[in-house]
Design a protein around this ligand. Structure first.
Ligand SMILES: O=C(O)c1ccc[n+]([C@@H]2O[C@H](COP(=O)([O-])O)[C@@H](O)[C@H]2O)c1
Ligand SMILES: Cc1cc2nc[nH]c2cc1C
Length: 346
């Protein structure tokens, strides 16, 4: 059965977000404070362990089964010359993923993640969003459900990524409509546009925003009109992961932009998500701030295909290893801070 049978089912899922296991998170925090280190000295690694404990519902979370899901889609507005690369690269890279030659193949391997690639009607680009909704209702629901379908209950963590030449244009449009600020605030060079190319991209996004201005500003309609199949799929995956309390690692600008329309009505949609990294695409730093996310890494990456999220899993694994393997003060026979404080006052 499909997770999202109708736009109303999507709205209902968004209105009823699962919450983390507060008792497991509290137990993990207490354990952190009992481990052989000054409290707080592992910084965000401590917070990551507590976050994972809450969503996995156990004091000592782990990653036995992790999956990176990469969704691919093509875009009708590419006729306006908004990318440094041609649409054919999307299918070319999907073949490269299958052959094992892409960055994500190497990075998912080193992160211990299984790679699942989901091409979405690549030979049928979305409609040109400057003069029509990108997707019909049925197409948008199919993409949301394709996203939900990658999320199985056995997963300890899900990382997301995308491949879609032109999709920084769709992402910028989603941000502008959802968060305001206009096309120029959210459009950047993507795969490598020059200044004239970025100006052309801003104009295309502005036309799309104007065309759809009077349409309902619901998350579903915004995704359907200005998004793309790979973008809607990522939104569907995040929503399904939430229902199953599976923690999610987001990737770059496009991955996060998929959540912008949802965050307008449900800011807590990112509560089970970690921002893997901050992309060099200029809109990403602004978007992360608006979503209330602090990225784990900032490596100047702007590749997409889930690459930043996969690298961040190494940090998450480090956090969980320390949380699980360190001795407590009692186990190690090391005096805790309370005793030292008492000594200082003696
Ligand atoms: O993840 C990012 O922040 C990111 C930033 C710039 C480009 N990308 C990737 O490049 C493609 C979109 O860039 P563009 O210029 O064709 O819109 C798409 O396949 C994305 O995966 C990804
Ligand atoms: C080669 C190439 C690889 C990519 N991976 C994600 N987006 C991409 C865009 C291009 C152009």
């Amino acid at each position: 059965m499909s997770a999202f049978a109708s736009p109303a089912a999507f709205d209902a899922a968004l209105a009823d977000l699962a919450m983390p296991d507060a008792a497991a998170a509290a137990a993990a925090r207490a354990r952190q404070d009992d481990l052989t280190k000054p409290p707080g000295s592992l910084g965000r690694l401590e917070d990551i362990a507590v976050f994972m404990a809450g969503w996995q519902g156990r004091e000592r979370p782990g990653i036995t089964r992790g999956r990176t899901a990469i969704f691919a889609g093509n875009h009708g507005f590419m006729v306006h010359g908004v990318s440094a690369f041609p649409t054919s690269v999307t299918a070319g890279m999907v073949a490269n993923f299958a052959a094992g030659g892409a960055a994500i193949n190497a990075l998912a391997g080193v992160a211990g993640l299984e790679l699942m690639v989901v091409p979405l009607d690549l030979d049928r680009p979305t409609a040109d969003f400057t003069c029509a909704p990108a997707m019909t209702e049925a197409e948008c629901l199919a993409a949301l459900n394709a996203g939900a379908a990658v999320v199985t209950p056995d997963l300890d963590i899900l990382t997301l990524g995308e491949m879609g030449i032109g999709n920084t244009t769709a992402a910028a449009a989603l941000c502008a409509r959802s968060l305001g600020g206009g096309a120029a605030e959210w459009a950047g060079p993507g795969t490598g546009l020059d200044a004239a190319g970025v100006a052309r991209k801003v104009a295309v996004i502005a036309r799309a925003l104007a065309f759809h201005a009077d349409a309902p500003h619901t998350p579903f309609e915004t995704l359907r009109r200005l998004g793309g199949r790979e973008i809607a799929a990522m939104a569907g995956a995040v929503l399904r992961a939430r229902a199953l309390r599976i923690p999610v690692v987001l990737d770059g600008f496009i991955t996060c932009a998929a959540l912008a329309p949802l965050a307008v009505v449900a800011p807590g949609i990112v509560d089970h998500c970690l921002a893997g990294h901050c992309s060099a695409e200029p809109g990403h730093v602004r978007l992360l701030a608006r979503l209330g996310l602090v990225p784990l890494l900032n490596l100047g990456m702007r590749l997409g295909e889930g690459s930043g999220a996969a690298v961040a899993v190494g940090v998450i694994r480090a956090a969980l290893a320390a949380h699980d393997q360190m001795a407590t003060f009692a186990q190690a026979g090391v005096a805790s801070g309370v005793a030292a404080g008492a000594e200082g006052q003696a």
